[in-house]
Design a protein. Structure first.
Length: 301
């Protein structure tokens, strides 16, 4: 197998480990946001390195929409068991049942935006003061505005125009009662960095990232996986395609790309040739030009 020995990956790894240790030093109840996607998996791997030989000192927090890829849930449970960490699950289905949010209807219905209320309720329930995520600045223009330590007010809201300076890697985690932080140790990574790091470290990832034949529906230039949660529009057909997913989320909004990549090396080559951001196939980001930033201001991750 061809391997990549890239000094800048070691620098990014060292920076992320430093930031994770800063979180441990400054906060009382931090958690790692875990979706089962490659970025949260890499954060978990970095946390394992940061605190080895001790166990990761943070619980994992998964906001479960109830509309997941079965492969993702199996991978999540296996990894949690292997690492020996606590798993906290916030359920969107319970939020709907309790009247906290209203289920969307229609052809483009999704539970993705409903995650915000469930996330904020879970943060309050467990008194979480820092939620660590795998967001990167190259993913989407709203995420490019985040800092390593990203402050949220007592309502869980984010003000991109009012963020704290982070000079010389000095991070200010001071907060008032009820406030919390989102923390992004991989802020300076790119999608290519993530894949090269996964290849370099031989990190296990869900099979969804590799090319496989699947029933899909073509919609808005992407291939949405067919499931019982997807409402078909008139004229839409279910077809079988060889696809893989560049980013994972709720099954109703995660679009696949046609691909023959079945190895990590082939994925790296494919990503290097791509001219579209990985979130270009996310149906939730197609709702408006400012869809991500609007959700983040309300408390979305």
């Amino acid at each position: 197998m061809q391997t990549y020995t890239l000094d800048h990956l070691k620098e990014l790894e060292s920076e992320a480990i430093y930031v994770l240790r800063e979180v441990y030093a400054q906060f009382d109840r931090p958690v790692i946001m875990f979706s089962g996607g490659k970025d949260s998996i890499v954060v978990s791997h970095l946390a394992k390195k940061a605190f080895y030989p001790a166990k990761i000192p943070f619980p994992f927090l998964h906001i479960d929409t109830g509309h997941n890829f079965p492969e993702t849930i199996r991978f999540r449970d296996d990894l949690v068991a292997a690492l020996g960490v606590q798993l906290i699950v916030g359920s969107v289905a319970e939020s709907i049942q309790n009247g906290r949010v209203i289920e969307e209807r229609g052809f483009n219905a999704s539970r993705n935006t409903l995650q915000t209320t469930t996330l904020l309720d879970t943060i309050e329930e467990y008194a979480i003061d820092c939620a660590i995520g795998g967001g990167r600045r190259d993913e989407e223009k709203a995420r490019a505005k985040e800092r390593f330590f990203s402050h949220r007010d007592e309502f869980g809201q984010w003000d991109p125009k009012n963020q704290r300076p982070e000079l010389w890697n000095l991070f200010n985690g001071k907060k008032q009662m009820g406030e919390h932080f989102r923390e992004f140790p991989k802020s300076n990574w790119t999608e290519m960095d993530v894949w090269q790091y996964i290849l370099e470290e031989n990190i296990d990832i869900p099979s969804l990232y590799f090319s496989h034949e699947r029933e899909v529906v073509e919609r808005q230039g992407t291939f949405l996986p067919f499931s019982s949660f997807l409402n078909l529009k008139p004229g839409e057909e279910i077809v079988r395609k060889k696809v893989r997913f560049r980013t994972l989320g709720d099954i109703t909004i995660t679009g696949g790309v046609e691909s023959n990549a079945v190895t990590l090396e082939q994925i790296v080559t494919e990503v290097a040739a791509s001219r579209e951001t990985e979130r270009g196939n996310r149906a939730d980001d197609k709702r408006s030009e400012t869809a991500m930033e609007d959700r983040k201001k309300e408390g979305y991750f």
